[in-house]
Design a binder for this molecule. Structure first.
Ligand code: GLN
Length: 252
């Protein structure tokens, strides 16, 4: 079995090691017995390529790059919104996460439109208010046995009314806005989060979750595999990943 991993704007949206998420997804999929193909989708690629993806990833960026991507998302955003609404699993970090909401107001007051697939908005309080920077520890009901770790660096504060849609609760750090203890957003099979780090090598359970959802989604839609042929994914030993994560948590 194969999966298509779509990496949106790798040349523009890729900060604080976010590319490690693509490495983790590909590496773990291979061990599980799936053949991954990484498809870089940036400004020069056709928008409908997004419709062929089984997992989508987009990383963070500074405001300048977000302004460039914003223009291109006027077209690609239609395909991205459809993929997310159709349940294609995805991970959207920091600047990418902000794009999925209604808008992002930059520190200088400029408004960057979002594609509005997540019911949220993001505002930067301005250049005089400190950014949310540091290591972060969160807890998510989706992964009840573990704490997840990462690194955040964002000026934008994200808000939404329905707290049940948060990906996680903040144990240590800022998360969505530094006020309500929520971190990220979860909708259909898509995660928005402020966790760089990169998040997937540090928290392999999330990588595996996305891969499993991609397989499920492919089978439901009967693309490439028969519905009647469930495939058994190989389990991966996470001893060293867990030790690394425990070490980070013990330091905070
Ligand atoms: N420009 C956004 C902010 O500062 C996103 C930063 C990022 O992706 N690291 O809020």
């Amino acid at each position: 079995m194969y999966i298509n991993i779509g990496w949106l704007y790798p040349d523009l949206m890729n900060t604080y090691g976010d590319r490690g998420n693509i490495i983790a997804l590909s590496y773990r999929a291979k061990i599980m017995g799936i053949e991954p193909t990484v498809n870089k989708i940036s400004i020069n690629e056709p928008a409908d390529l997004i419709s062929k993806m089984d997992i989508i990833f987009m990383g963070g960026a500074q405001d300048k790059q977000q302004e460039i991507v914003n223009k291109d998302l006027k077209i690609k955003g239609v395909y991205l919104k459809k993929a997310i609404n159709d349940g294609v699993p995805g991970l959207y970090v920091c600047g990418a996460y902000q794009f999925l909401g209604k808008y992002y107001k930059e520190a200088n007051g400029n408004i960057i439109d979002g594609i509005g697939v997540f019911d949220l908005y993001t505002e930067s309080p301005g250049p005089d208010v400190p950014r949310c920077i540091g290591n972060i520890v969160i807890e998510s009901k989706l992964f009840p046995k573990i704490k997840l770790v990462g690194f955040e660096n964002h000026g934008g504060r994200t808000y939404f009314a329905n707290k049940k849609q948060a990906f996680a609760t903040v144990i240590n750090g800022y998360g969505n806005n530094g006020e309500d203890k929520t971190e990220g957003f979860f909708y259909k099979n898509s995660f928005g989060t402020y966790l760089h780090g990169p998040i997937l090598p540090k928290n392999p359970e999330l990588a595996d979750y996305l891969i499993k959802k991609a397989v499920e989604h492919k089978m439901i839609n009967n693309v490439g595999v028969g519905r009647d042929r469930p495939i058994k994914l190989k389990r991966i030993d996470n001893t060293w990943e867990n030790k690394a994560r425990d070490f980070v948590i013990s330091k905070l």
